[in-house]
Design a protein around this ligand. Structure first.
Ligand SMILES: C[S@@+](CC[C@H](N)C(=O)[O-])C[C@H]1O[C@@H](n2cnc3c(N)ncnc32)[C@H](O)[C@@H]1O
Length: 322
């Protein structure tokens, strides 16, 4: 059954499609649904009565949990207001793992604190079986002097050369700000956000399913990282843009045998278990304390060339899809 969906982007209603997918057959499900904030989509009307919106959400959330494998995970991105309702349902049918706070300013909502994070709910089916890989991101440094921004006090000898383990607060990934990097979609997510989720929770060839694929962020991330994917969207224009982008994407975001996430030619997420292999490809200060002011960097060679190809393909693609 799911063969025809695999590595494909389906133009349809996501609940109707997921009903055809067998129980526990997908490695991870990731959803970034419309937020019911009256955003201007191409076709979809993003304004429903709250109770109608939430009834609809419960239907696709139930399907996502049903089709996810016991080794897998369920991720849902939304504003905190809706995530509190999602959590009430999910707590009954899956196991809570994290509320990831993605630090990104959002629109003010009247008499309220300035919202400055989106949440990504992270649930699993079976906490004894679920796949989870610790991941690292590069140390944050002063742009001018290169020194570490965080004061590690007396613990500098133990610094990891690449960077710290990723916590449940993600402050290093920014929303797409420049129009030249955006598709014609009001809510496109950055690919390296999804690459982080994929690296943390799946292995090569695993299946990533996104019921609200938009212009394809999740499926692009999956393809780049050698995973299989199923994307669904109800809007033909978004499905076409996604398919077009996928044609230009290769499964080559790796160094040696280690899949990693790049942004602007720099590695931005790696798996902790891969560091031993990856470290051979980085120039690392001999004295660990020098990491305080010296950033590890990739040796120049084929690796950097392949990153450059990535960026060039993306630029070509933007010209095509605009
Ligand atoms: C927040 S956007 C997803 C954006 C996506 N994460 C990206 O980075 O491009 C939500 C998407 O859900 C789609 N959508 C709305 N209702 C749907 C339904 N019933 N089934 C499938 N897709 C739907 C909309 O067309 C829209 O593209």
């Amino acid at each position: 059954m799911i063969k025809k969906y695999l590595n494909n982007v389906i133009l349809d209603d996501c609940i109707a499609v997921m009903k055809h997918i067998p129980d526990e057959s997908i490695d991870i499900t990731f959803a970034d649904p419309p937020f019911n904030l009256n955003k201007k989509y191409n076709g979809y009307k993003d304004k429903k009565e709250d109770n109608i919106y939430l009834d609809w959400c419960n239907q696709w959330l139930n399907e996502m949990v049903r089709i996810t494998k016991p080794t897998g995970a369920i991720f849902i991105h939304n504003i905190p207001k809706w995530l509190t309702y999602y959590a009430a349902l999910l707590n009954r049918i899956a196991i809570f793992k994290h509320w990831i706070a993605w630090d990104a300013p959002t629109s003010p909502m009247g008499k309220s604190l300035q919202p400055s994070h989106y949440g990504i709910l992270y649930y699993v089916k079976n906490p004894k079986e679920n796949k989870f890989y610790e991941i690292r991101y590069p140390h944050k440094r002063c742009r001018k002097c290169g020194y570490l921004l965080k004061d590690y006090g007396g613990k500098k000898d133990g610094l990891h050369p690449f960077g710290p383990l990723v916590s449940d607060t993600w402050t290093d990934i920014h929303r797409i700000k420049h129009n030249k990097y955006r598709d014609e979609h009001p809510c496109q997510l950055p690919v390296h956000l999804l690459e982080r989720i994929v690296l943390m929770s799946t292995d090569e060839n695993d299946i990533v399913l996104d019921p609200f694929v938009g212009t394809g962020t999740s499926v692009l991330a999956a393809k780049r990282l050698g995973r299989r994917f199923i994307g669904i969207d109800i809007d033909e224009k978004y499905v076409d843009i996604t398919k077009n982008k996928l044609n230009y994407e290769n499964s080559d975001s790796k160094i040696d045998n280690s899949w990693i996430s790049f942004y602007l030619n720099e590695p931005v997420t790696i798996r902790d278990v891969d560091w031993e292999n990856l470290s051979n490809h980085f120039s690392i200060p001999e004295n660990n304390r020098d990491i305080d002011f010296v950033k590890v960097s990739l040796y120049f060679g084929n690796i950097k060339k392949s990153c450059k190809n990535h960026n060039r393909q993306q630029e070509d693609l933007l010209l095509i899809t605009k």
